[in-house]
Design a protein around this ligand. Structure first.
Ligand code: SF4
Length: 144
């Protein structure tokens, strides 16, 4: 059976920062005959609900920083995503939630220090997935 990793909030997981889901029935239906592996790097690290995080462009790099307490959580998210990649070397496809600071694929707002959107880019996990699963199709829910 083919394997697909899907952002857990698209599958109905109540794992968003606000404790809600982003369930997407067309995604779930499209993979009825696949083994679905839920992916969410944020909830295991920070709990749910949790403080919102955003991507900031700082000194030539994208950094993930908490909105209120100003804590840089980039390395935590990198480590969590790497753990997932090591545990799942044999995926056939990945479907991620758009616009998320972790999961967004080319759709995540990148902010400057005034919280102005200066570009749309990849979330930290999406960027690592593109590097480590370069042979795979990586989609987001907007294609379903
Ligand atoms: S977008 Fe990604 S990190 Fe955010 S709740 Fe969904 S699966 Fe978790």
């Amino acid at each position: 059976m083919k394997k697909v990793a899907i952002s857990a909030c698209l599958l109905g997981g109540l794992c968003r920062y606000d404790g809600k889901t982003k369930i997407h029935n067309s995604v779930i239906t499209a993979f009825e005959d696949w083994e679905i592996i839920p992916f969410c790097p944020e909830a295991p690290l920070f709990g749910t609900p949790r403080e919102r995080i955003s991507v900031f462009y700082v000194n030539g790099q994208n950094r993930i920083i908490t909105d209120e307490t100003d804590k840089d959580v980039t390395e935590l998210l990198i480590d969590e995503t790497k753990r997932f990649i090591l545990a799942h070397p044999d995926l056939d496809m990945i479907v991620l939630k758009s616009k998320s600071p972790s999961c967004g694929r080319g759709t995540t707002p990148i902010l400057n220090d005034k919280r102005e959107v200066i570009a749309l880019g990849d979330g930290v996990s999406a960027a690592l997935f593109k590097e480590n699963y370069s042979h795979l199709e990586i989609k987001d829910e907007t294609g379903f």
